[in-house]
Ligand binder design. Structure first.
Ligand code: SF4
Length: 286
């Protein structure tokens, strides 16, 4: 240290300390201010046109009845079953009506075994109309529920002869007046014989597969038919039923559908699929 210069001694009053400490606190305030996190800028208000989150989710929600999906299903059915037709053997509207009545709770193959001999024995509507139901029972016994079926067939024949000049009517309302004829049977006759699309045939296969494909959530055939009539183009009403019936016999069988071989596989979310590449939906079932 050079001579004459003494180190400064701390003041007893401590005033120098205060003087000395003032800039230090100022520095600290500046440092704190520099380190303090900046307040976030106020958020800009949402543009009025931006869709709400709820609406965005709703728009992405899966819709099994979306026209694109229905069209794709119809296209694949056309590719797979281009010439599907009614499997019941018949040569007239009357024979088709009888075969359809007999097919309830039976198989088409079983009915086709019975009808050739039946129509040989009773070749006209008038021949059936002349019978007592009991006389017909032995001939249709193997199709099951033979007493009711005999009553329906003979009753329908009597009404057709009495009210429609021996001709099966090509009109839904008139067909529904015949004993044993409900919309399914009437739709079969109108669609397959008269080529009139008045409705969609809902048999056991159409019932099962429409539910598996989520084309309906109904369990009652008339309501299923109404749903199908709403979503299918009218020019597909007749063919769709034939295609689905064939599909139900060959692949989409009730207990163990053959999903690995199915052309509809990646459009189908059925809960009871045996193989799947897509999410399965618990409500899409028989
Ligand atoms: S994927 Fe399976 S359940 Fe679905 S339609 Fe085809 S066979 Fe039927």
């Amino acid at each position: 240290m050079p001579r004459g210069i003494m180190p400064r001694r701390p003041s007893r009053s401590g005033r120098q300390d205060k003087v000395a400490s003032a800039p230090t606190r100022a520095k600290t305030r500046i440092a704190k201010t520099a380190l303090a996190p900046k307040k976030p800028a106020a958020k800009p208000s949402k543009p009025a046109t931006k869709p709400s989150r709820k609406a965005a989710i709703a728009s992405k929600r899966y819709n099994p009845l979306a026209p694109d999906r229905v069209t794709e299903i119809l296209k694949r059915l056309d590719d797979r079953y281009p010439t599907a037709t009614c499997a019941l053997h018949h040569n007239s509207a009357w024979e088709l009506l009888v075969a359809t009545i007999l097919s309830a709770q039976s198989t088409d193959a079983n009915v086709n075994r019975v009808t050739p001999e039946l129509f040989r024995k009773y070749p006209t509507v008038e021949a059936f109309a002349a019978l007592m139901p009991e006389q017909l029972e032995p001939d249709v016994r193997s199709t099951g529920f033979f007493r009711n079926k005999s009553k329906s067939v003979v009753g329908a024949a009597k009404k057709i002869v009495a009210d429609f000049g021996g001709q099966v009517p090509d009109d839904m309302d008139k067909l529904l007046t015949l004993p044993g004829v409900a919309r399914k049977t009437a739709n079969v006759v109108l669609g397959s014989w008269f080529k009139k699309a008045e409705g969609v045939v809902v048999d056991t296969h159409v019932h099962r597969i429409s539910r598996r494909l989520e084309l309906t959530t109904q369990d009652d055939p008339p309501k299923i038919e109404q749903d199908l009539m709403r979503i299918l183009p009218r020019d597909k009403w007749i063919l769709f039923s034939h295609q689905i019936i064939w599909h139900g016999r060959k692949l989409c069988i009730a207990r163990k559908p053959k999903c690995a071989d199915c052309a509809l596989e990646n459009t189908c979310h059925a809960a009871d699929k045996t193989w799947s590449t897509v999410e399965m939906h618990k409500n899409a079932k028989l």
